[in-house]
Design a protein around this ligand. Structure first.
Ligand code: ATP
Length: 364
């Protein structure tokens, strides 16, 4: 197991910044997810950690050892790709044994370690089959087994579930998480799927446009996004974000009406806001309670049934949609007027120019 430290690590392709200087410490035994839209630099970051891509600046430490210029094979890190990359002419057993043979392990050690890892991944019954005869899920289990069997200090996984259909993804997601809990191996996992990141990560590194936007636990990036990008990107749908103006304890939604800002937010807003008082109000769909006595008026725009709950989409008076998570039993007719309240503890504010979250000082 290992600690991985990135110190101002960057990658330029010519003049193009693929990864801007990045600082990150991945703790021993931690499962860290690099999350972001296509092209934001996730894979390049992972490839730099593995040594497959040379850095153009900064330093990479593995357990305190500078491996910035070490060959991939000298880093004791295993890489699992989206594409299975199994040897088709070999059986599953031969595929899994291969890394151990390359390390000149004895036959007994190889037999024992292959049996252990096959049991862990529940592929004992396919050890003598060829990869092409297996389902996508089993092929990915074999690829994982081949990575695990080496017992590397750390695992790097690049969208390992990307090629699987939805049902297998769910199963494999749970299996990778279970494996991690059992083996406690330091893991860096790349995905563009925020649901996968939330489900799997001890911490999530949210990236956009070659830059780290926020590093935090799933709960931190969900409840306290550092900026508007994270607020929009995390959650399905993302955070409700309503631009407006703040003055003297009241947030005015343009062409709509006032919302009384919870008292605990007022000192922070008074300090952060100047000039026209422009600010963005943010809240998650589950912060909304619809009731006849609600403070803010809106009109029902549409509803989606999700089995366990209903997502109610409401139109504020200025054509701004608000998404609210309501009970499965509630039914709303399109175009009917409704009113809603916000749970004061789930309200957030952002600066419209810097796009950064306004931070409230919490007194003990
Ligand atoms: P995806 O999810 O689509 O794989 P990503 O977040 O992993 O995206 P990267 O693959 O790291 O993104 O790519 C980051 C940026 O660097 C992209 O704009 C990509 O086109 C560019 N890039 C990657 N490799 C090279 C290369 N060898 N030469 C030039 N540009 C590259």
């Amino acid at each position: 197991m290992a600690t991985i430290e990135l110190i101002n690590v960057e990658k330029k392709f010519g003049e193009f910044n693929a990864v801007k200087p990045m600082n990150l410490t991945i703790n021993n035994g931690e499962f860290v997810v690099l999350l972001g839209p296509s092209g934001c630099g996730k894979t390049t970051s992972l490839r730099m950690i593995s040594g497959l891509e040379a850095v153009t600046g900064g330093q990479i430490l593995l357990d305190g050892r500078d491996v910035t210029w070490a060959h991939p094979s000298d880093r004791d890190i295993a890489f699992v790709f989206q594409f299975f990359a199994l040897y088709s002419h070999m059986t599953v057993r031969q595929n899994i044994s291969f890394p151990l043979q390359a390390q000149h392990e004895t036959k007994d050690t190889i037999r024992q370690r292959v049996a252990e890892v096959a049991q862990l991944l529940r592929i004992e019954n396919v050890l003598d089959a060829h990869p092409s005869s297996l389902s996508g899920g089993d092929q990915q289990r074999v690829a994982l087994a081949r990575a695990l069997v080496r017992r590397p200090a750390a695992f790097l996984m690049d969208e390992p579930l990307g090629a699987l259909d939805a049902e297998f993804r769910e199963t494999m997601r749970a299996e990778i998480k279970r494996l991690h809990i059992e083996q406690h191996a330091t893991t860096v996992y790349v995905t563009h799927d925020q649901i996968e990141a939330m489900a799997m990560g001890d911490r999530i590194v949210v990236m956009s446009a070659a830059e780290v936007q926020q590093v935090g636990t799933p709960a931190q990036v969900y409840h306290n996004p550092a900026n508007l990008f994270v607020a929009r990107f995390i959650g399905s749908p993302g955070m409700n974000l309503i631009p407006g103006q703040y003055a003297q304890g009241v947030f005015n939604i343009p062409d709509c009406g006032p919302y009384a800002v919870p008292a605990e937010w007022q000192p922070a807003l008074n300090k952060a806001i100047n000039g026209e008082g422009k600010v963005v109000l943010g809240f998650r769909p589950e912060a909304v309670t619809v009731s006849a006595q609600g403070e803010v008026p809106a009109t029902v725009y549409a509803t989606d049934l999700h089995g366990g709950y209903t997502m109610l989409h409401m139109d504020l008076c200025n054509n701004q949609l608000v998404h609210a998570r309501t009970t499965r039993e509630t039914q709303y007719k399109i175009n009917t007027p409704v009113r809603f309240d916000l749970n004061p503890s789930m309200v957030r504010f952002f600066h419209p120019d810097t796009e950064k979250a306004i931070v409230r000082e919490v007194t003990a």
